[in-house]
Ligand binder design. Structure first.
Ligand SMILES: [Zn+2]
Length: 204
């Protein structure tokens, strides 16, 4: 097993000196560009694949990037959304699912979770994703469920009054992303079609 503290030493020696000024500025406060909600999966590194610097994204992670509905969502999720929207006034919230998500696999195969009852209960909050019919017919079933879960969690976000109010006021935008760590690609949910499209096509 790699000694993570040796990684800290390396960071202090190489990376920190380069970013020292940035961290000093950030001591005055943060003004992140997005609330980024993604999975805890170790293969998903939001700062890395969005090329973000410290202070730029405010991140919530859990198994399956599940938000839940207002009142049913867990307190940590509700409090962090409230803080991001009301105190930090983030201009966008991104729900970012990812390829080969184990949480979504668990949602599809609850029998595999019998020894992990809390995981079972947690992912069951995304049950409605299994009934979503808007999926890409060319994608495999797991990818369809991952996409459906992103759509579902975007809907759930709108059950939080502070989110709905800010969206209505035009000060907050919601986005759905699907990140594939194998290719480095991000597909974004196009609101016009409710389908995911390659983000590089949009940028180009
Ligand atoms: Zn995952």
């Amino acid at each position: 097993m790699r000694d993570l503290l040796s990684g800290v030493s390396q960071f202090q020696k190489d990376t920190f000196p380069q970013k020292k000024r940035r961290f000093k500025e950030l001591a005055q406060g943060q003004s992140p560009e997005a609330l980024f909600i993604t999975c805890s999966d170790s293969r998903v590194n939001p700062e890395l694949f969005t090329n973000s610097e410290p202070g730029e994204i405010f991140v919530i992670r859990n198994a399956g990037n599940i938000v839940g509905r207002k009142g049913e969502a867990d307190l940590g999720m509700a409090a962090t959304i409230e803080y991001a929207v009301k105190a930090l006034q983030v201009p966008q919230i991104i729900i970012c699912g990812h390829a080969k998500c184990g949480a979504m696999q668990g949602l599809m195969s609850p029998e595999a979770l019998t020894t992990m009852p809390d995981v079972g209960k947690w992912v069951a909050q995304a049950q409605a994703a299994l009934e979503d019919q808007a999926g890409d017919p060319n994608a495999d079933r797991l990818t369809q469920v991952i996409e459906a879960n992103i759509r579902l969690q975007l809907k759930n976000l709108m059950t939080f009054p502070e989110v709905a109010d800010a969206v209505e006021a035009g000060s907050l935008r919601l986005h759905g992303w699907l990140y594939d760590f194998e290719t480095g690609k991000v597909n974004v949910l196009a609101p016009e079609t409710n389908q995911f499209i390659d983000s590089s096509v949009q940028v180009a």
